[in-house]
Ligand binder design. Structure first.
Ligand SMILES: Nc1ncnc2c1ncn2[C@@H]1O[C@H](COP(=O)(O)OS(=O)(=O)O)[C@@H](OP(=O)(O)O)[C@H]1O
Ligand SMILES: Nc1ncnc2c1ncn2[C@@H]1O[C@H](COP(=O)(O)OP(=O)(O)O)[C@@H](O)[C@H]1O
Length: 583
């Protein structure tokens, strides 16, 4: 069985930079072979990919991850983690791995085939399993991200939402993942290279972004392009970015509105279905390699490239110019030229944007952070013309109307009988006294009658229960609603998972109802503690099953310290302080 031949570069295409490793590794099979494999795939074990895996697969198949020919086997993985190199020595900084559960891996052995499907069950590719291995994910986090702090989104995903077993092996493509949005802006490395060749572009500087672009970005990209005498490729990541980012539909509308601000024929917009890891320097190196595969000769690396924000102690995970330094160290081997750029700032007295390192002592500098911009949008206050373009601001205002309430989830956790349901009821009653915002209650017992019917109290079932609650809450929050959840949720990892789901769209307020076990047991409203003590109920939380005490809840209160009305008032005060409710 043969893979499709690499693009036959000819004429203008010869002027383009060679892909990483020399050859564009497109992994799609020719149509007839793809159809035959699709027919056969019905009888293979199937894996339905999550968003990250789907993005990775799409970029593997299209050749954007050249020279990779599949998901990393152990030898490649180990060397990538330790040294940012594949086993053969090729520079490659990010582990591209296919994680699965232990149960799924149990039915496989080297030589097995697995059909990789999208969320709707459509077969996209077949993996020839070469290697099945148990990675040390903590070690991976420390080496790849330089930390095991779960405030880092890449670390949280790796430690809490990544299966324990990795499958390595070659991938053969049946069909690319389907996209129904902005189809005219989606390119493969081959199609973009062909467009460059057809339009006589060979010096091309690529710009990566996960945010809406404003004047500072336009100035930066224009300057970078002029500096190196190149055309500009604006290639935003639209696969998965940092939780809480502006959604890609809105961003792409903004980018489109910005394009007329560039000299005609000087800039091209193309979307990259990349699942970012927010891995700072290593990620920047990876971004550069990907852009090289798309045919860009230069790559802009700004301040704090692919930065994950601050750690649990409020310190940045990476130095602002660490990414630039790392890429410069590998410049010769990389091929694609790095264009390092300082932050662009607005200098009031000159009414111009300047690189931060060109600003004089007498200059008066202004900037608006992402947080400030969100505040302006929320409060409907003026966004100055020096900061952005009216066309871009209009799109952002449509998406984030002023004073639109932000959705949030109130997540009570604690032992059975701690007072979670009672407090949830009291809070809901007080919320409804003041406003008519929609409130949905996801109470432990209630959820188990519907959403989680059939689940028991094993760790696996409890985790599934809490994740379902987190998922439903995240949908409610996404639409600006209030979700009040009250499960025991005894495991920290499942609570973190629920938090991550919700925080992608709004606020997550965790309240530990820390009523002492003796009080809960003395209350024993349902008689369950007595039964648990008598050994008639196994795995009862607090008696014969663990409860992991939350380390950093937004609020911890003793559910026996005051009456529920008083405790609920305390919670409402917290919500008010955080700007989540009015009054
Ligand atoms: N083994 C065991 N351990 C703990 N709780 C038990 C168990 N068996 C039944 N129950 C009853 O189920 C309610 C807890 O369900 P949850 O969905 O909140 O639990 S979990 O979050 O999935 O751990 C809990 O309700 P609450 O008392 O309202 O917390 C109990 O009534
Ligand atoms: N603040 C409180 N003061 C006194 N009793 C309370 C308080 N909160 C709850 N209770 C009582 O404790 C029992 C268990 O409360 P419940 O809300 O059902 O707990 P959970 O949902 O955590 O299992 C109920 O009988 C309830 O009336």
């Amino acid at each position: 069985m043969s893979l499709t031949a690499p693009a036959a570069d000819a004429g203008a295409a010869d002027l383009l930079i060679a892909p990483h490793g020399g050859v564009l590794k497109e992994l799609h099979l020719p149509p007839q072979e793809a159809e035959a494999l699709k027919q056969r795939s019905g009888s293979l074990p199937a894996l339905d990919l999550d968003t990250r895996q789907l993005c990775d697969l799409e970029l593997l198949l299209s050749g954007a991850f050249s020279p990779l020919e599949g998901f990393l086997c152990r030898a490649d993985y180990n060397r990538v983690v330790e040294e940012m190199r594949l086993a053969d020595g090729t520079l490659w900084p990010m582990p591209i791995t296919l994680d699965v559960s232990e149960a799924f891996s149990a039915g496989l052995s080297p030589g097995s085939e697995v059909v990789l499907r999208d969320g709707q069950g459509v077969p996209l590719a077949v993996l020839e399993v070469q290697d099945i291995y148990w990675p040390d994910r903590l070690h991976e986090a420390q080496r790849v991200f330089g930390t095991s702090d779960r405030t880092h989104p890449g670390v949280a995903e790796l430690l809490d939402r990544t299966g324990p077993v990795y499958l390595g092996g070659r991938v053969r493509g049946i069909q690319p993942p389907a996209h129904y949005d902005f189809t005219e802006l989606r390119d493969t490395p081959r199609s973009l290279r062909a467009w460059f060749a057809a339009n006589g572009w060979s010096r091309i500087v690529a710009f990566q972004t996960r945010n809406p672009m404003h004047r500072a970005h336009r100035e930066l990209t224009l300057r970078a392009a002029r500096q190196v005498g190149a055309k500009l490729l604006i290639q935003p990541s639209v696969g998965r970015t940092k939780p809480g980012d502006v959604d890609h539909y809105t961003r792409v509308r903004c980018y489109r509105a910005l394009l007329p601000q560039y000299p005609e024929g000087s800039a091209r917009l193309s979307l990259l279905p990349l699942a970012m890891r927010m891995g700072g320097p290593r990620e920047a190196l990876w971004h550069a390699i990907i852009r090289k595969n798309y045919g860009a000769s230069h790559f802009i690396v700004g301040r704090d490239h692919a930065g994950p924000g601050k750690d649990a102690q409020g310190r940045p995970f990476y130095g602002p110019f660490e990414a630039q330094q790392l890429l410069e160290r590998h410049q010769a081997e990389l091929g694609i030229r790095i264009v390092p750029f300082p932050a662009m700032v607005y200098v009031v007295n000159r009414d111009a944007y300047l690189p931060a390192d060109e600003v004089g002592l007498d200059d008066q500098v202004r900037d608006i952070s992402g947080t400030e911009l969100r505040r302006h949008l929320h409060e409907g206050t003026e966004i100055p013309a020096w900061f952005s373009f009216p066309e871009v601001v209009k799109i952002l205002r449509e998406r984030h109307p002023a004073h639109a309430p932000r959705g949030f989830a109130l997540f009570f956790t604690g032992l059975s009988g701690a007072g979670k349901s009672t407090l949830a009821q009291a809070v809901v009653a007080q919320l409804l006294e003041h406003s008519s915002r929609p409130v949905t209650v996801l109470d432990g017992d209630e959820v188990r009658r519907h959403l989680s019917r059939g689940l028991g109290f094993s760790r696996e079932d409890r985790d599934a229960n809490v994740t379902r609650i987190g998922y439903v809450a995240s949908e409610i929050v996404r639409h600006g609603g209030i979700a009040v959840c009250a499960p025991i949720a005894p495991y920290a990892s499942a609570r973190r998972e629920a938090r991550a789901l919700v925080e992608a769209h709004g606020a997550f307020v965790e309240i530990h109802v820390a009523t002492p076990l003796e009080v809960c047991e003395a209350r024993d409203r349902k008689g369950l503690y007595a039964q648990a003590r008598a050994g008639r109920i196994a795995h009862f939380t607090g008696i014969s099953d663990p409860y992991e005490v939350p380390e950093n809840p937004e609020l911890r209160l003793d559910g026996s310290a005051a009456d529920p009305v008083a405790l609920a008032r305390q919670i409402l005060a917290l919500l008010r302080n955080r700007g989540l409710i009015g009054g």
